[in-house]
Design a protein around this ligand. Sequence first.
Ligand code: NAD
Length: 291
Amino acid sequence: MTLLDGKKTSNDLKEEIKASVDLRKTTGKKTPHLAAVLVGTDGASMTYVNSKVKACEYVGFSSTLLDMPADTSEATLLEKIEGLNNDPDIDGYIVQLPLPKHIDEQKVLMAVNPDKDVDGFHPTNVGRMTLDMPCFLPATPYGILELLERYKVETAGKHVVIIGRSHIVGRPMSILMSQKRPAGNATVTVAHSRTSNLKELCLQADIIVAALGIPEFLTGDMVKDGVTIIDVGITRVEDTSKKRGYRLAGDVDFKSVSPKAAFITPVPGGVGPMTIAMLLKNTLLACERRD
Ligand code: NAD
């Protein structure tokens, strides 16, 4: 079994990005600048945003955190977004989801300039991705492709079962892996909450991407020998033995699945760190496109 080490791979990527940024600076080019918009004080969102800002600092980007109170009105948020769209120093920005219930998430995502949409959530980028045109790929699927490529996991002609059809993970993953690309050319099945024969499908899979958000859902009896496992899930599960009172659990029961797997991502240290690295990569790309 080979561990698909997202921590190590993301560190390699960050070093590569840092080297590109250093070169830009010594040649008098613009320093990439990422902004993050956070509305409210959701614990997980704050953790994610802070690690994104820290990662920006590490690679030498400029970063701006727009920290807005939970009762911010939709109109005020849209004004801020317009400001970011028009700010020539900002190369890319993200709006951390979920947003408070009184704000229409779709309206906000639609307001983001697609050229600065480094999360790749705007319909223009989703459409371009679907048509295999230059775009910003959503960071989590992009990170998974990068891991598969760097570990030379064969995907061409393989049967991939993706569990989950969300707009940010399952759906884009299914599109990307079926395309003619490195870490693509696969035959893809998308499973979801209404799939009736999931175990049967998983037992046929060469690669399984688990992105459903149910801790330790995929167990050893559901996979065949030699399978490649990508565990996207991150759920906080109560754990009184930990100082913070919880542990992070993936969607895969690592203990029973890993002995059968050829490749597997751990949680934490698998897909999570790759997501942040790919956001940085998209920001660098956004800056290069504006040169
Ligand atoms: P989501 O809640 O939007 O979607 C879950 C999907 O799982 C749905 O399409 C649903 O149909 C499917 N599903 C639910 N129960 C199922 C079942 N019993 N059988 C088969 N399918 C089922 O989830 P999401 O936003 O894609 O996130 C999924 C998980 O990945 C969550 O734990 C989330 O925290 C994590 N996540 C991790 C990263 C990362 O960077 N590692 C990024 C995004 C999401």
